[in-house]
Design a protein around this ligand. Sequence first.
Ligand code: AMP
Length: 609
Amino acid sequence: MAGENEGPAIGIDLGTTYSCVAVWQKDRAVIIPNEQGNRITSSYVSFTETERLVGDAAMDIVALNPANTVFDTKRLIGRRFSDPLVQSDKKLWPFKVICGANDKPMISVNYKGEEKLFAAEQISSMVLAKMKEIAEAFLGCNVKNAVITVPAYFNDSQRRATKDAGTLSGLNVLRIIAEPTAAAIAYGLDKMSSGSEEKNVLIFDLGGGTFDVSLLTMVKSTSKVKSTAGDTHLGGEDFDNRVVNYLVQAFETRHKKDIRDNPRALRRLWTAWERAKRNLSFMAQTNIGMDCLYQGIDFEYKLTREKFEELNLELFEKCIGHVEKCLKDGKMDKKSVHDVVLVGGSTRIPKVQQLLQDFFNGKQLCKSIHPDEAVAYGAAVQAAILTGQDNHEIRDLIWWDVTPLSLGISVNENEMRVVVPKNTTIPTKKEDAAFTNPDHKTGITFMVYEGERPRASDNIQLGEFVLSGIPSALRGVLKFNVCFEIDANGILTVSAEDKTSGKTNSITISNVKGMLSSKDEIERMLEEAERFELEDSEHKKSFNARKALEKYVYGTRNIVVTKVQAGNLEDEIKKAIKWLEEHRDGESEVFENKTKELKSFWDPILKNF
Ligand code: AMP
């Protein structure tokens, strides 16, 4: 609950290109305009000789100061420098990104005559501080608490870094919520307030940098994300890049000059085109005109909507492919979708709307929520609920996200033991008490994985931790409880406890080697799981057969060690343990046959104990 002096809680949509802030007032969410009267604010920060500009003022001088104007930090946040996405994005940015300590990308700019390095969180925190300031000017009081949105596929490290950015900006981040969930809240308030029948809603969110499609099932009081799909690099900027390349070529053909080596000219062309593009959403043709674009040469070009569509058709069609995939993953026929909701500035593109409408056999698309504002609107509603500033109508709303892949653990063998199955609603807490120790080990390594494959090594390793100082004991004697807890922000903490000694250790997954997978990785892993289904079911059978044999051998050993007269059974057990160590992999029959063989010999002896 918000403190008395903390003012109203706000909702912030921290976007790749634009951000938006809203607040709950008099039973509705209100979008807050910035000092220029704009309801969305550019997510840009510009460093100059004398000052630092944030928001629209920074975007306005991007062409004058391209190397020191930073944008797109949402693409960098929580990622490693060596991430292939960072490597490819880096080539497109006019500002410099270098590799910092621990593979962290650092943005290098010249500020007040000195080279300065900033992490993505720091730049995002400046944008968030600007949004806080906009809200404070509008409300006339301090603002402390906020809900911030992130894409549904953002991994733990990206969510954590976004939260850190919020803290750096002086905000208390009440919760990080997924953008489609926030959009669904806005849609839900608009459409679901009357009636209680279940609705399947597809949120189609095509913004500046990313494309997200989410399938939700909604009833009056609840909403559940059934499936998500999309692309981390598909949006307005990609459409713009294609057109800018085309315009650069047109300039080259006309004037035999290549402007690619001039970042300022390129940025000016990019900005002029981005503005002109908006006209193409309601006009058949637009004009891009600039004085002295390059070496004193003016540039003017008329671009038709048809040409724009031709240059980008492949990308538009890619969006529809993701919609198909989202429905397939959610096991839903397109006829069962009640509403297709448009979110994100690029959904204004008529061709995108037409392709989507055709895909849904002519269905009317839902345009009643504002594509640029819905996410901030939903975040403001969530903020009001969390601080008790809402009314009863929205108090009923509970919004759920799901885990896109299964989460599990591997201890000794290469087996992935699923603790949190795929599509589990979060927040969640799940425990598994079936882990045992190897012989006389006083420290056990727990490895955390994400993925659908039964062999841990085929999945993504998120991290590992050691539970040390446990008593030395025979295998199978100690029991460990493993607990996976995912909080409402999607941050995962894994802990293990030795039930006998009470020793515990845990890990909160952050910027470790494997990291929670990106959307592309999620898709690759789901596709692999499908492709290797047969092979995987054999691995599963084999793991189970080996485990049954292990249980039998060690179980017998633990009985036999307590007996004085175990005869030659003791030697036989040693041989069986050695055999197990030499046969870590194998077909299930090999282990089943071995179990049968040992049982036929050992069971009659065990009966006499
Ligand atoms: P968002 O990330 O949702 O703020 O969307 C920003 C993207 O929407 C940018 O790439 C804009 O160029 C694009 N956009 C905004 N308005 C329009 C429009 N009328 N037609 C086409 N694209 C637009």
